[in-house]
Ligand binder design. Structure first.
Ligand code: ASP
Length: 438
């Protein structure tokens, strides 16, 4: 059985078992003692341990892979394309897709009115939520520039690592023969690190099983029912954005067939869904974008880690719907200027916040503050946020792949043969472990 099938199986089994445990806890079928044992030894025990080890192993690869791959990419980048225009194009596309995402979300939320007629008790049930402080924009900008590359790597600060790697890659390409030797070393290292990712992929089905079993066992289905309208509007907007907006953009901007991209991104989306972290998914996204979509390493090594950090269309969609929801819930009008502020703040907020689980809520705090809505509103939507976080992370990384493909195509760095290769089962991130759709 192929790895993708196994991952899908792990996901479904994990979700089913999690829901089973959840229902068992709600029902009177077994006593509280049995439920406690299940909770202690399975949900908070085995599933938690395996899930955390899995996430740790993915995160383990992020810094080495981004560093080595980007240095290697930047070496060859300076020969063909220039870094400045490439970076400009990529960042602009990331911002435009985010702005489209949030506009779509606002429109759908205004049409479907998710916050009208919501039960007051929902708010009370989750009171006591303390919104976290969000960093000021000036700090965010200064923080992009590292003072110490080792500290940047130790903290996993993606933007700082990107700046350092680009600088080093550029310098390598300007050093003549010594530069060529170092470039060859990084290119070899890149192959080795990718192989390491491949080795760890073997454990992915068990990892996603444990993650989903734990999440679903702890999900509050009751809140889900009470917030069904909010949940459905966010979900609907996420699907429209992922399936329609991305397809149209990809076709218009690059002429590529979007179905191919969506098909080949399936397994990566599963990773993003299970981990709810675009950051932890970087190794898988990078491998897929390079090996299966045919984006040259010199483009992908830059666009993918950057996208995982600054491009969060799914998160922006949640913020759009949540803002309208909260405004309607509290009966506050925010008007056209309010909506424009939401679009601007949400787009900028995504730059300064890393792709980790739940960060969307911190960004929502910034947006609410800007338009003068009560921060307590976050407490209302938090109950259903975990599940939405998983779906929006899958959308976030799909956006990264779309922009990577568009940029690569425009730079003449997309191998269309690989992109259209229907037999992508054979394309592997190493010789043994395919992450293709079997
Ligand atoms: N979990 C999301 C990501 O990593 C961010 C968020 O929406 O909270 O991309």
């Amino acid at each position: 059985m192929g790895l993708t099938r196994k991952i899908l199986l792990g996901m479904s089994a994990g979700a089913a078992i999690g829901i089973g445990i959840n229902l068992l806890g709600e029902s009177q079928l077994v006593g509280a003692g049995v439920n406690n044992v299940i909770n202690l030894y399975l949900t908070e025990g085995l599933f938690d341990v395996i899930g955390r080890i899995f996430i740790a192993s993915l995160k383990l690869m992020v810094v080495p892979l981004v560093l080595v791959s980007l240095i290697s990419g930047a070496c060859s980048l300076s020969e063909g394309s220039r870094i400045g225009p490439l970076a400009g194009k990529t960042i602009l596309l990331y911002m435009v897709t985010t702005a489209i995402a949030i506009t779509l979300a606002l429109c759908l939320a205004l049409i479907f009115q998710p916050g009208v007629g919501v039960n007051e008790t929902v708010a009370g049930a989750v009171s006591g939520f303390e919104p976290k402080e969000s960093p000021p924009l000036s700090e965010v900008l200064v923080n992009i520039f590292p003072t110490n590359p080792v500290a940047a790597m130790a903290e996993g600060n993606m933007l700082q690592i990107i700046v350092f790697a680009l600088l080093m890659g550029y310098a390598i390409s300007r050093c003549g023969e010594p530069g060529q030797r170092v470039a060859a070393l990084f290119s070899d290292l890149n192959t080795v690190v990718l192989r390491m990712v491949g080795v760890l992929m073997v454990f992915a089905p068990y990892g996603v099983f444990a993650l989903l079993a734990k999440t679903f066992a702890q999900l509050g289905f009751e809140v889900l029912l009470q917030l069904a309208k909010y949940f459905s509007v966010v979900l609907g907007a996420l699907l429209v954005h992922a399936l329609v907006v991305y397809s149209v953009l990809l076709k218009l901007l690059s002429g590529l067939n979007p179905i191919e991209l969506l098909k080949k991104m399936r397994s990566t989306m599963m990773f993003a869904f299970s981990t709810a972290s675009s950051g932890a998914t970087i190794p898988v996204t990078l491998a897929t974008v390079e090996k299966r979509l045919g984006v040259d390493n010199k483009i992908a090594a830059f666009t993918v880690p950057l996208g995982a950090t600054i491009n969060m269309d799914g998160t922006a969609i949640m913020q759009g719907v949540a803002t309208v929801f909260i405004a309607q819930f509290f009966g506050i009008e925010i008007g056209l200027t309010g909506f424009l502020t939401v679009i601007l703040t949400a787009t900028l907020a995504s730059i300064g916040t890393a792709g980790v689980p739940g960060v969307g809520l911190i960004m929502l705090g910034m947006v609410l503050q800007q338009v003068g809505l009560p921060l307590e509103g976050i407490a209302i939507v938090i109950g259903v946020d975990r599940l939405l976080d998983m779906v929006r992370t899958a959308v976030n990384i799909t956006g990264d792949a779309v922009v990577s493909s568009v940029v690569a195509k425009s730079e003449g760095a997309l191998d269309e043969e690989t992109y259209y290769d229907a037999n992508y089962n054979s394309v592997s991130i190493n010789d043994n472990n395919t992450i293709g759709a079997h």
